[in-house]
Design a protein around this ligand. Structure first.
Ligand code: DGL
Length: 279
């Protein structure tokens, strides 16, 4: 399915499933004039336990598709894809696909903000096993804020529970509690926790119940939106290629009616998604 944008092109926002909607919501709030296309690869989510090669291949397919749909700029609103595929796509694929387009991730903007938030200097990351194993957060934070102590906790089930609409069930409560206890036992000095997976803001009330009050939780959306606005200010050649009509189109690789119903819950508004296949 191709879209007709009479002038310029929309910003593509890609995630393995519903999680990127938490980023899209913040982008739209801070940048309402721009057009967006959201693409969720729900049919193949979650990505968090998949190999590097598979996440890279799926993400490359999504980026190619969003380019074909007219997006000059694509945000990987997925930490797992940002950790495992972003660099290779930027360095190896982009020159072939279209060197004038851009693909950006969500890890760098989040790593940048943490230095001004923690007081103890001890930061925790909750994320998918893929993101934690890649060590991308620890490496990015070490470059920007070398004095911080960073502890990662893989949460293998959280994204799958969100994909299945289990944002407040007893089962989810158990796994969220267990993984947060493990994180805080590993480093009791942690005073700041990055929600390093775009699905996790949907679990925020539950996460809040399992951590002491003095701990600051960092969902990524606003930091990604701030960073994108800053990027566009510094890159007028890209900014002028983006269409501005406040329009959003949603696509999923799964059943579009199911996506529309679930996305409407996450976004508190009516969504009519289309179906596409990625290959
Ligand atoms: N929401 C994605 C992330 O930020 C991926 C979750 C998954 O598909 O496992 O990592």
């Amino acid at each position: 399915m191709e879209c007709d944008y009479s002038y310029g092109g929309p910003i593509g926002v890609f995630d393995s499933g519903y999680g990127g909607l938490t980023i899209l919501e913040r982008l739209r709030r801070q940048m309402p004039e721009y057009d967006f296309i959201y693409l969720g690869d729900n049919a193949r989510a979650p990505y968090g336990t998949r190999s590097f090669q598979v996440v890279y291949e799926f993400t490359r397919q999504a980026v190619r598709r969003l380019f074909r749909m007219g997006c000059p700029l694509v945000i990987l609103a997925c930490n797992t894809a940002s950790a495992k595929a972003l660099r290779t796509i930027q360095q190896i694929d982009l020159p072939d696909l279209d060197p004038s387009r851009r693909v950006l991730g969500v890890i760098r903007p989040t790593a940048e903000c943490v230095g001004t938030i923690t007081r103890s200097g001890h930061v925790g990351i909750v994320a998918t096993p893929g993101t934690i194993r890649s060590n991308t957060y620890a490496l990015e934070i070490a470059k920007l804020h070398p004095r911080l102590t960073v502890t990662g906790q893989a949460c293998p089930l959280w994204a799958a529970l969100v994909e299945n609409g289990e944002t407040d069930s007893p089962g989810t409560d158990y796994f969220v509690g267990r993984d947060l206890r493990n994180l805080l036992n590993s480093d009791p000095l942690i005073d700041t926790i990055i929600l390093g997976c775009t699905h996790y803001p949907l679990l925020l009330p539950l996460i809040r119940r399992h951590v002491p009050k003095h701990i600051t939780l960092i969902p990524q959306g606003d930091y990604v939106a701030n960073s994108l606005k800053d990027y566009l200010q510094r890159h007028p050649e890209m900014e002028t290629r983006l269409s501005k009509g406040g329009r959003v189109d949603y696509f999923t690789t799964e059943d579009s009616q199911g996506f529309s119903a679930s996305a409407a819950l996450f976004l508190s508004e009516k969504v009519e998604a289309g179906h596409i296949a990625l290959e």
